[in-house]
Design a protein around this ligand. Sequence first.
Ligand code: OAD
Length: 251
Amino acid sequence: MSVAPLRLAADAHVLVLTGAGVSAESGIPTFRDAGGLWESHPVEQVATPQGFQRDPGLVWRFYSARRRAALACVPNAGHAALVDWERRLGERFLLVTQNVDGLHLRAGNTRVIEIHGSLFRTRCARCDRPSEHDERAYEDGAPACERCAAQGRRALLRPDIVWFGELLDARHLSAIDTFVAAARGKPFVFLAAGTSGAVYPAAGLVDLASDAGAETWLVNAEPAENVGRFAHFLQGPSGTILPALWPVDGR
Ligand code: OAD
């Protein structure tokens, strides 16, 4: 596949949004493709606060299996390209990911906002103690919060993932707004990769960026639901397209 390289001005800002498709070539299943996660695991059972209340053991078995599967995978060439972009752009780069698999961080990106949380963080379902890095598998029931127990309350720990019906972290949204405000009026590229454009507010970032003057690109295996809102659409695997899009001699 030949991909016309992106031409970036020397002072360009680049905002990238990634979704499950970027990790597909690492062997992590997507959500909405045939055979995707939501086909075999009903969303309401494993990805809502009500599902967790009903059967926390089931929810933890699901996320424990996803933790193990993600740890067995390695980042692919698409992830590596985004590490290279961050190295070249520094503070003029921001990566917003809907993925909870931690692969962007393991690849080496540091300017990452995990807007849907992380598989590898655990928090209390009740108290506001800070979430903690956690790679353990909980197969025999949901773990209890020790801080709540010490105060005589019963509370369970839960994955630090944004479930359906829950709000995104306001600090994350404000960090994105700050980046977009800094990019406004400058050469600005917004690129979404590997996402079906079905889940908001992530699917609306293209509009936020367009309103600030960004040139908008979509890299996806198939037309996303919001494809019409992008100026450019490159159809194909992100592991091939992202490395070709901004080669080292691309400016
Ligand atoms: P989806 O499963 O909805 O969409 C993945 C997209 O990636 C599809 O449009 C595929 O065509 C595309 N795709 C698959 N393989 C690809 C590849 N190798 N290269 C490029 N594109 C590829 O996943 P998301 O859009 O990430 O939320 O889903 C958004 C959110 O919905 C997720 O973060 C998750 C889910 O419910 C939470 O869990 C909170």
